[in-house]
Write a protein that binds this ligand. Structure first.
Ligand code: ATP
Ligand code: MG
Ligand code: MG
Ligand code: MG
Length: 469
């Protein structure tokens, strides 16, 4: 059975043998790209190479890229622990052609890797193409020998990629694996496609056009290729398990959670083990890349992730801070591929311990309030916005933590009420400033704050355009 570390190497070596330069992962905080909260795909570090703005000494590259999809346009945070395929932090394996090979080369390489090198059975595989991409359709038929029912035409934006409102764009083709009838879910494009039976594991993007103005697209003189395969997802397929949380790496991490808490990782509380394992990776890699917990922007996304994990530690009955005790297990699993984990190990432990020690002072009290306030609510009911705001403001509960806490009981939060309470508090704070004989600087500050919104919420969806696979 191939472990995660071996699969990563197999992928990179395959493309290296086929003329691709091995390029190291870039940091999770994108360099020179303020429009993007976190690196969320392998192509991010190559954006300027695709547009021709930057030249490299190679025309083909391959990488294993650290990605975060929490905060920003691609936010999988609420899925984690509840679907079998979403993580907040994951690795994206990719191959890239900068005006070198195009559709035929990309499909040929992908097919050789998947069917020969990795040995996935052809009868389990199917692909999607963009609805009018007859060329990709024909190439899959020719190269993989797929029958028509294995090549699904999709018209949605899922199968059309663009870098932003303007710039390179083009159709995608995605590779899916049928995990069998025992898993719920329908084929791509069907109403129940969100199930896990048909697992998407590789996205091939054919950068074919340049969007020069709204509604105006011209062919790129040298079309390019950008692909992204989730390492944890391909590992699940190769290891014959249905969930990314059952691959070798995650079993050892959830096992470490079980050892530290004495709660079985395969028991009824398994979702907590999964959330903790995922959030441990996300937190550790963010800290290693220089993010510190704070109340705004990237730091607030980190804080939210840490605090969510800490609530789950509490659910498992941890009487002392837990997260910092798991860092060693993570380093054992991943530091060979990512030595920054070893360099930052001490800082990661200290950050987790400080944050958890502080949060534990209000966590239990906040959870007790949450229980009191929801004791009489029936399924489908919602917590008042006032209470959610009090938990946020006084007890340090990020809104998504409260929502996560209510989820298992079939309850939600009155979000509009939460926003109103937030706005009222801001208005009162402003009045207080005015009453204290405010200075010019203070009024400018409030004007800015109003214009950009509450800084705490920068994490949700402030980005307009993102480069994603
Ligand atoms: P999904 O539809 O499952 O949410 P996606 O279409 O958003 O995936 P892409 O943007 O196409 O994903 O990213 C390329 C690949 O990266 C995916 O095919 C998948 O293997 C992997 N991937 C994407 N999001 C995640 C995630 N949250 N956790 C783990 N792997 C992921
Ligand atoms: Mg997605
Ligand atoms: Mg998808
Ligand atoms: Mg996709």
């Amino acid at each position: 059975m191939s472990g995660v570390n071996q699969i990563r190497t197999t992928f990179l070596d395959f493309f290296s043998r086929n003329g691709h330069e091995k390029v190291a992962s870039s940091p999770l905080v994108p360099l020179n790209d303020p429009t993007l909260m976190f690196t969320n795909a392998g192509m991010v570090q190559f954006k300027n190479v695709f547009t021709g703005f930057e030249k490299r000494h190679y025309a083909r590259a391959t990488s294993a890229q650290k990605c975060m999809r929490a905060g920003g346009k691609h936010n999988d945070l609420d899925n984690v622990g509840y679907t079998a395929r979403h993580l907040t932090f994951f690795e994206m394996l990719g191959n890239f052609s900068f005006g070198d090979y195009f559709k035929e080369g990309a499909i040929e390489l992908a097919w050789t890797l998947v069917s020969r090198e990795l040995g996935l059975p052809r009868e389990r595989l199917l692909v999607t193409v963009y609805h009018d991409d007859d060329e990709a359709y024909g190439l899959w038929k020719k190269i993989a020998g797929f029958s028509d029912d294995r090549i699904i035409r999709i018209a949605s934006s899922d199968n059309f990629w663009s870098m932003g409102d303007l710039g390179p764009c083009g159709p995608c083709s995605e590779i899916f694996y049928d995990q069998g009838e025992s898993v719920a879910g329908g084929p791509p494009g069907s109403p129940d496609e969100d199930g896990d039976r048909f697992l998407e594991f590789w996205n091939l993007v054919f950068m074919q056009y340049d969007q020069t103005a709204p509604g105006e697209r011209v062919p790129l003189p040298r079309p390019s290729i950008d692909t992204g395969m989730g390492l944890e997802r391909i590992a699940a397929l190769l290891q014959g398990v249905h969930s990314v949380f059952d691959i070798d790496l995650f079993r050892r991490l959830t096992g470490a959670v079980a050892d530290a808490t004495g709660v079985d990782a395969a028991g009824p509380q398994a979702a907590s083990h999964r959330v903790i394992a995922d959030h441990l990776r996300a937190s550790a890699f963010l800290v290693a890349d220089g993010v510190t917990p704070s109340n705004e922007g990237r730091g607030y996304v980190l804080r939210r992730i840490m605090r969510r994990a800490m609530r789950h530690a509490q659910l498992l009955g941890a009487a002392e801070p837990l997260m910092h005790r798991l860092v060693g297990a993570l380093v054992t699993e991943m530091a060979q591929a990512y030595p920054e984990l070893t360099r930052a190990e001490r800082l990661i432990r200290d950050t987790l311990l400080t944050e958890e020690t502080r949060f534990r002072q209000t966590l239990a009290r906040g959870l007790a309030i949450l229980d009191e306030e929801t004791a009489t609510l029936a399924q489908g009911g919602s917590l008042s916005g006032e209470t959610a705001f009090k938990l946020y403001d006084t007890y340090g509960f990020p809104l998504d933590l409260t929502e996560d806490a209510l989820r298992s009981r079939g309850l939600s939060v009155d979000k509009a009420g939460f926003e109103t309470a937030m706005a009222r508090q801001r208005a009162e704070a402003r009045k207080a400033w005015a009453g204290s004989g405010e200075t010019a600087t203070e009024s400018v500050w409030f004007a800015i704050e109003e214009r950009v919104g509450a800084t705490e919420f920068l994490g949700y969806d402030t980005e307009k355009s993102e480069g994603i696979v």
